[in-house]
Design a protein around this ligand. Structure first.
Ligand code: G6P
Length: 488
């Protein structure tokens, strides 16, 4: 098929990501069980790696992971139908602290999101990040042939491409950076900016979600290196004998699967779930689904809701915002701070406006089944997607893909990458502008059916035209061209 064809100038595919596609752990009875992520990148890539019997290299973070691997740290997955090799990399506490909690999530994450003030650089974290990137690079070099296609995922591996290139000149190296790339005036705050950029330039193909991030990256390379020739119009960087293509490929979601999952949530199941979480199944429903991260604009969203209820007391008892939160990176103080702010805001709003049988904000922390999650999206009359900065934001696309009947309204931050594709038909919001955000909530909940229908039809067309399969096919096609250009 299309994807395998596009990858066919390469002998095999290696994927490298921090999170693994299958995780083994012991359940309460001491039996080994397999966890598999729902949605997101790993779930999207898994079928492709299965089709081509590739190799996936990732951090083995499950407590039963070690028991399941062979002497080369490999295990065949999926467990029910082994189709490819998962090579696990082991990290000790110090590695995790420096590489994951340290340089990845205290420096590259905030910096890429333009939040220089949140950055916390420590030299020992950086050393650990380098070492872990080297360990991953060794695992890749051991498994890659002359003609392999090696695909790094995200900001955990800014240096690994360089380390692989030093060991193996043959394979095509590419990377997808799933978060924004900032402009030079922001990025120059990074004490190790040269090494980070140099590591990424070892890729033959480097991709981002939207053209703006590519432009920012090229601007950084231009400003940082005297010996780099940057061609803004072709998106190519020449440095010494190396060429790096920089391209935008906006990521999509698995539209067909989400459509099915949403449709699978029957009215009965929905009513049961609504009762379980303590909401009236017929209330006007607002939804937010986020990792508890300071980039997601959750306090800003709650401030807008508070303002909305202040100004429109007639909506008391009529509109409920269900906020699903997943704890994330909570050992980092900036994450603890945002968690506190969110908790205080929810308590305050509910304290101010709740009635005997209604709460304005319902917070969900526990795991939802796929049917519950997509059922919630499907029934939600409005979705509040309000990041203060986001590489893409797939929640916006998932909500749209799950709108299989009565069309809802998407409120989307103008600071999310998804705005480029969806901004025209969503209601755009400026997350820090509480007053206008509150007005937009009012506009959404009172929007006439005709307008809702038209907007949602356009949104669904946009999301379907660029789903996750299309995204991957486009990237593999570009990789094929890059390979052919290298051979010439
Ligand atoms: C973002 C990053 C991913 C990451 C995910 C969850 O989407 O781009 O690489 O996996 O957040 O964060 P975590 O730190 O739990 O992997």
């Amino acid at each position: 098929d299309e994807q395998s064809d596009a990858a066919s100038v390469h002998d095999d595919l290696l994927v490298i990501s921090n999170r693994q596609p299958y995780r083994h752990r012991y359940d309460d009875d001491g039996e080994v069980v397999t966890d598999q992520p729902v949605g997101g990148l790993t779930a999207g890539l898994d079928p492709v790696v299965q089709r081509v019997d590739g190799t996936w290299v990732a951090w083995g973070d499950g407590d039963a992971d070690e028991e399941m691997v062979d002497e080369d740290d490999c295990v065949r997955v999926p467990p029910d139908d082994p189709s490819y090799t998962l090579r696990r990399v082991w990290l000790d506490d110090e590695d995790i602290e420096g590489y994951y909690y340290g340089f990845s999530n205290r420096v590259l994450w905030p910096l890429s999101h333009g939040l220089v003030g949140t950055m916390e650089y420590q030299e020992n974290h950086w050393q650990q990040y380098r070492e872990v990137n080297e360990v991953f690079a060794e695992a890749v070099a051991e498994n890659a042939g002359e003609n392999s296609l090696v695909w790094f995922q995200d900001y955990h591996f800014a240096l690994a491409p360089r380390f692989v290139r030093e060991r193996a000149p043959g394979p095509t190296l590419m990377q997808f950076w799933h978060i924004p790339w900032p402009d030079w005036d922001t990025f120059r705050a990074c004490p190790v900016r040269e090494e980070v950029l140099d590591g990424l330039l070892a890729n033959d193909l480097l991709s981002f979600h939207v053209p703006r991030y590519c432009e920012n990256f090229l601007g950084c390379v231009d400003a940082c290196f005297d010996d780099a020739v940057v061609n803004e119009s072709t998106g190519e960087v020449q440095r010494g004998s190396e060429t790096t293509r920089v391209r935008a490929f906006p990521m999509g979601v698995d539209v067909d699967r989400i459509d099915e999952e949403a449709a699978a949530c029957t009215d009965e199941e929905w009513v049961e779930f609504a009762e379980q979480i303590g909401i009236d199944p017929d209330v006007t429903l607002s939804v937010g689904v986020d990792r508890l991260d300071y980039t997601k604009g959750i306090p800003e969203r709650l401030a807008a809701l508070e303002r909305f209820f202040e100004e429109h007391p007639d909506w008391q008892g009529e509109l409920t915002h269900v906020q699903k939160l997943s704890e994330s990176r909570s050992r980092i103080p900036a994450y603890g701070d945002v968690a506190d702010r969110v908790e205080e805001a929810i308590e305050r709003i509910n304290g101010r406006f709740a009635t005997d049988d209604w709460q304005p904000v319902v917070r969900l922390d526990s795991h939802l089944t796929t049917t519950q999650l997509y059922g919630l999206y499907r029934r939600a009359d409005i979705a509040l997607v309000s990041p203060v900065r986001d590489g893409m934001n797939l929640v916006a696309k998932e909500y749209v893909a799950a709108q299989t009947d009565d069309p809802g309204v998407l409120l989307l931050s103008e600071l999310a990458g998804a705005e480029d594709e969806l901004g025209e038909f969503a209601l755009s919001i400026a997350p820090y502008d509480t007053a206008s955000f509150a007005d937009t909530i009012e506009q959404a909940v009172t929007m006439a059916e005709d307008e809702r229908r038209e907007r949602m039809a356009n949104l669904r067309a946009a999301v379907a035209a660029n789903d996750v399969d299309q995204w991957m096919a486009d990237i593999f096609e570009e990789a094929r061209q890059v390979r052919m250009a290298r051979e010439r």
